[in-house]
Write a protein that binds this ligand. Structure first.
Ligand code: SF4
Length: 371
């Protein structure tokens, strides 16, 4: 896949922090093979497009890039590589149909690159010299019905504990003060393997996210450690206790709720109830004074009635989130929700629900500034 010498690559990244970190890994893999970074697309030989499928609009922007790759006619070495969620979803479709469709839609793409192929063998190339994104796992096993990640990025694979620690130690040595550990669900880190514990006493005992986070916090030179994203169902007592005592960790916790109604949560295949979510918040608040919460939520999920949405409003009022990423539901091809549920909440109603929650969060943020 990644071959050749003294050529230049240019990467365009769409989507979340995870994709940003993936692009840094891709850059590392190209540089290890003698490529250097092009300052613009015009001087590139390889154009890597790291795609996002969280919304249709994000995908459409990728399909529209065909116009940008005119230099294909001028530079016979010029190659377009498609990676990330759009490519991953098609590559992981065993029937081959999605890849065939994608090739038809994007005849100007020369190669479809799976992120599994990129791996973690080469040092990431980071533009930011103070703060680093550090992936600790890729993929996800949760299959929330609206989400493409388990299809586009595959099942969850945790990076070895020692590799992550070595990378963070190296980052601290060269002057990084801040790192963010990244995973689709950081709290299930390590569930897929067993390693001896740090004192080598464990004889194959399981490690987990709190163990990893604690070890990362001990790296000298680092001042701040963040992590993204947490699934409420896997948020452990051990993690709460660690946040409570460890000064390098934020007093801000991002905890996606997605809905404040149990019927909708079950239809989303989220594996907690609203009561369990609230209990977790209560437990965290009891141990970590001044903690603040942020969340992700989807409005207008198929079948969400006005009453069910009101449950979400009530939950927002009770918890007082300081940050909320509010998504208006849109069906993503290949997901269970797209296959089995009708997208039956109108655009206008989704917009209204969006603004109700957005206003609440703004008020809550304003209030905490005044307090
Ligand atoms: S936890 Fe759910 S929403 Fe998050 S990446 Fe996994 S499947 Fe998607």
């Amino acid at each position: 896949m990644l071959k050749s010498l003294s050529m230049k690559y240019f990467i365009q990244t769409f989507g979340c922090q995870m994709n940003l970190a993936d692009s840094e890994r891709i850059a590392g893999a190209y540089e290890a093979r003698g490529y250097s970074e092009a300052r613009s697309l015009a001087e590139a030989d390889i154009f890597v497009i790291n795609t996002c499928s969280v919304r249709q609009s994000a995908e459409d922007r990728v399909y529209g890039l065909g116009k940008k790759v005119k230099q294909k006619d001028k530079n016979k070495n010029f190659k377009v590589v498609l990676t990330g969620c759009v490519a991953g979803r098609a590559l992981n479709d065993k029937s081959g149909k999605q890849l065939k469709d994608l090739k038809k839609k994007m005849p100007w793409v020369d190669e479809f690159l799976s992120l599994e192929e990129v791996g973690f063998d080469y040092p990431s190339v980071r533009a930011d010299k103070k703060h680093a994104w550090v992936p600790i796992s890729i993929g996800c096993n949760n299959f929330c019905t609206y989400c493409v990640v388990p299809y586009s990025k595959g099942r969850e694979v945790s990076r070895p504990f020692e590799d992550i620690l070595k990378e963070v130690e190296q980052l601290a040595r060269i002057g990084y003060k801040e790192v963010t550990l990244l995973g689709q669900n950081v709290n299930s880190y390590g569930k897929d393997f067993e390693i001896p514990d740090q004192n080598q006493k464990g004889n194959g005992s399981k490690t987990n996210f709190a163990d990893l986070l604690e070890a990362v916090c001990k790296v000298s030179g680092l001042e701040k450690v963040h992590f993204l994203t947490s699934n409420p169902q896997d948020f452990s007592e051990q993690l709460i206790d660690l946040i409570a005592r460890e000064k390098k960790l934020d007093r801000y916790i991002h905890l996606p709720i997605q809905s404040g109604n149990d019927v909708i949560l079950a239809r989303m295949n989220r594996k907690y109830t609203v009561a369990q979510y609230k209990d977790l918040v209560k437990k965290i608040r009891a141990k970590i004074p001044n903690v603040e919460f942020g969340t992700d939520v989807i409005v207008g999920f198929p079948g969400e009635t006005k009453e069910q949405f009101e449950n979400t409003v009530q939950t927002f009022k009770e918890i007082g989130f300081k940050v909320a990423y509010i998504g208006r539901y849109s069906p993503r091809p290949g997901t269970a929700a797209a296959k089995f549920f009708k997208d039956d909440v109108s655009k206008e109603e989704k917009k209204r629900r969006f603004h109700v929650l957005d206003d609440l969060v703004n008020k809550s943020r304003q209030k905490s500034k005044e307090d």
